[in-house]
Design a binder for this molecule. Structure first.
Ligand code: PAF
Length: 288
């Protein structure tokens, strides 16, 4: 099956216009590459929803803070290309950094408030970089639909808010988290983990599973749930909490009681690798 690799903004914009004029709908799957089944499951969703699937692969420098892993972020374009081709992606937009951020680049998109907690608290410039690049990708690929993973839940909610606030003509879909058999959420960063860290990283999943059971048994006190998750982290010598939070889905701000739809999200360093995971527990009848 043929797959087109497009490096230039103008060519991508032109190709999308031609496809749209011919009556095709376009779904975009934005990625930073080093694809795994989590990304590919988003391609499956995109395929079901649109005629043409465009994947972008771009390790976006503006969403990495100082001292973060921009340089080390895993990259393997040939492998990505073959996985994307096998999964039925029609075109890959794979620009260079100076194509996306030419000299004197000076425009940024920022969604206020929703980036104050969770990952935004420890990565203060991260979401500004994400919303900027995602806006640019929307303008370049002109999708009807864009599919993101729920693993980056805060990112997904922020992008939804940006789309609503700026009236962007694109529907945002969040695909479910894909996990290894033992529960570890798939992430390109899992490749940094040693064998022992890989084992200890399960503390994130196990903590969240325990939290889910508690909510299902009608525990509504966020602090009790947070303490439970913390106990899983503290049992592992190389797991260092970044945050454990229970937030509402509107403001992404901490809530004391789970009496409304909520996100339970965690981030932890396992060795030097920062991992995130989350659940949106189903509320029992008492709290819905
Ligand atoms: O989720 C990611 O991989 C990135 O944040 C995204 C959405 C591709 C923007 O660079």
């Amino acid at each position: 099956m043929s797959i087109e690799v497009i490096k230039s903004v103008r060519t991508m914009q032109h190709r999308s216009s031609v496809l749209r004029q011919a009556g095709n709908s376009i779904a975009l799957v934005p990625t930073m590459g080093f694809l795994h089944e989590g990304h590919l499951s988003l391609v499956d969703i995109a395929r079901e929803k649109a005629d043409i699937v465009v994947m972008s692969i771009f390790v976006n420098p503006t969403q990495f803070g100082e001292g973060e892993d921009f340089e080390d972020y895993p990259r393997d374009f040939e492998r990505d290309l073959s996985l994307a081709r096998e999964r039925g992606v029609d075109a890959i937009f794979w620009p260079d950094a100076d194509e996306m951020y030419p000299e004197n680049y000076s425009t940024y998109v920022e969604v206020e408030e929703l980036d104050k907690h969770l990952c935004g608290a420890s990565r203060p410039t991260h979401f500004r970089g994400v919303t900027t690049i995602v806006s640019k990708l929307f303008n370049i690929t002109r999708p009807d639909i864009a599919v993101f993973g729920q693993k980056d839940a805060q990112q997904g909610f922020i992008i939804k808010r940006m789309v609503r606030d700026l009236n962007l003509p694109v529907e945002i879909i969040l695909g479910p988290i894909v996990r290894e058999d033992d529960g570890l959420a798939l992430s390109s960063r899992n490749t940094y983990l040693s064998d022992s860290e890989r084992e200890q990283a399960l503390a994130l999943y196990r903590g969240l599973q325990a939290a889910k059971k508690m909510v299902e048994s009608e525990e509504v006190d966020s602090n009790i749930i947070i303490e439970k998750i913390r106990s899983f982290f503290e049992a592992e010598p190389d797991v260092q909490k970044d945050y454990i939070e229970v937030v509402d889905l509107e403001r992404l701000a901490p809530i004391e009681r789970i009496d409304q739809p909520a996100l339970i999200a965690v981030a932890a360093y396992v060795g030097t690798t920062r991992l995130i995971d989350n659940i949106i527990p189903k509320l029992s009848d008492c709290c819905g």
